[in-house]
Write a protein that binds this ligand. Structure first.
Ligand SMILES: [Zn+2]
Length: 176
C-alpha cells in the first residue's frame, strides 16, 4: 500500500496490473474544498487501481467521520462516512481520459487529479437533512431560538407602530 502525499494518480506511468494507494484527506484538503462540515480526524481514501492496456478500473473507498450542524438546534452531529465507488476509465482517440459516463476527467500529462472526485463523493454521502433523534437536541440552544423568534415578533410590531403613528399624525394635520 502506497501512502500518497498529494491527491494525484499517475495513471500513465502505472504498470499494467493491480495497485493499492492510500490518501489522507486532512485539514489542508478540507480548507481548499470549503465544505460547511468539520472533519473528526482524517478521512481516508483507499484506492485500488487495475490498469489495463485500454484504460483502468478504480475502486475507491472513503472512510472517516465528519461532524455536521443539526438543522434544528445547530449543535454538531457526528456522521460516519463509508462510501465506495467503482470507476472505469478509458482513453478516447484524442488521449482524453473518460469515466463511466463518458465525462472527461481532469487529466494532465497522464496524471489524474482526484480532488474533484473526492469532493463530489463526500458531498453525496451527506444527507440533505441532519437532525438529532427526537429529544436529543441541545435544550439550551432550542430555548435561545425560542426566545429569539419571540423577540423578533415583538420588534416587528414596534417597528410598524411608529410608522402608523406618523401616518396618523400627517392625516390628522391635513384635516386641521
Ligand atoms: Zn439537534
Amino acid at each position: 500500500m502506497r501512502r500518497e502525499s498529494d491527491y494525484l494518480l499517475d495513471i500513465k506511468t502505472l504498470p499494467i496490473g493491480k495497485h493499492s494507494f492510500e490518501y489522507e484527506l486532512d485539514d489542508s484538503f478540507f480548507d481548499k474544498s470549503e465544505f460547511s462540515f468539520k472533519t473528526l480526524g482524517c478521512i481516508c481514501a483507499k484506492l485500488e487501481a487495475n490498469k489495463q492496456n485500454a484504460g483502468a478500473e478504480l475502486n475507491i473507498r472513503l472512510i472517516g467521520k465528519i461532524s455536521v450542524p443539526c438543522d434544528r438546534c445547530l449543535a454538531e452531529i457526528p456522521l460516519s462516512i463509508d462510501r465506495e465507488l467503482v470507476m472505469s476509465l478509458k482513453s478516447d482517440k484524442d488521449g482524453n481520459l473518460l469515466n463511466n459516463d463518458e465525462y472527461e476527467l481532469d487529466f494532465d500529462d497522464g496524471v489524474l487529479d482526484l480532488t474533484p472526485l473526492f469532493n463530489e463523493e463526500l458531498l453525496v454521502s451527506i444527507p440533505i437533512r441532519n437532525v438529532h433523534d427526537e429529544g436529543k437536541c441541545d435544550d439550551k440552544m432550542l430555548a435561545i431560538f425560542e426566545k429569539y423568534s419571540n423577540k423578533r415578533k415583538e420588534t416587528k410590531k414596534e417597528e410598524i407602530d411608529p410608522r402608523w403613528a406618523a401616518l396618523k399624525n400627517i392625516s390628522d394635520n391635513l384635516k386641521e
